[in-house]
Design a protein around this ligand. Sequence first.
Ligand code: AMP
Ligand code: FE
Ligand code: FE
Ligand code: ZN
Length: 293
Amino acid sequence: MTRVDFHMHTTHSDGSYTPTELIRYCKVKGLGCVSVTDHDTISSFDEADEAAKDLGIELIPGVEISAQFEPGTLHILGFFMDRHQPKLKTVFEEIQKARRERNPQIIQKLNALGIDISMKDVIEEAYANTEGMADKQIGRPHFAKVLLKKGVIKTLEEAFDRYLGKGQPAYVDKRRVTSEEAINLINQAGGIASVAHPKQMKLAPDLLEKEIGKLVDQGLGGIEVYNSCQRPYENTIYQRIAKRFNLVQTGGSDFHGANKPDVDLGFLGDDVSLGYDMVEALRERIAKRSGRL
Ligand code: AMP
Ligand code: FE
Ligand code: FE
Ligand code: ZN
């Protein structure tokens, strides 16, 4: 069986593996078809694709877009987009700019809390293992790693729980697109949108179903039933929602390398393994849609 993993990050966002290293590790893990889903960028595709071709792995263009949402987190995965579509490029550039403006504000807040940390520390951390990359995306996991190295906290999780997480004293929100914008962006580039790790929306099942229904009206085509952060009893809830709205059931590990050390590549949850059927279901959905247009 061709094993698949449709959720993973590289040094182009907040993963610790370069695109080449990540694809090589996909090979080690026996994955046959994968999608690299960096946050708000597809810039790792060319490098990853070269490595994938060398190793006989099929690489599907992917992305994970952060959307506006309260009270939890709403990330929309996109697969199969034409990555040269101009609108996609423009919006991703705008999001990266907003991120660059946000980072010094996080430093200010940490400093105000008496923590000795500078933007230089975070930049050095973020650029580790990125040889020659011009525009590195810097995010909270890099702040967390600096705090860990400085001994301010003992685990990366603690950095979020005490300082960087939503509602914590060093949290700064960033510009996010609406879910509708994210889904349209993906659909207009010929892709299919799947809601990432629905668990992180932090809603009870009935409310979750309602919210997913709204996303379906906006053009959502899939739901990430399987993700390393979700347990089997939760998967059954997401499967039910998928059936109710006729969504493609996707799955991925959300591998970040050393930036999320307890999640290994290819791990989609206890005893979960997805095959090529998932890829065919996504393709079929896109084909059906374009037939209708
Ligand atoms: P940012 O894009 O800068 O807002 O950072 C978001 C990233 O931080 C996510 O993709 C996760 O990798 C990581 N993250 C967010 N919340 C947590 C948490 N509570 N524990 C560990 N990592 C987290
Ligand atoms: Fe991440
Ligand atoms: Fe995510
Ligand atoms: Zn992710």
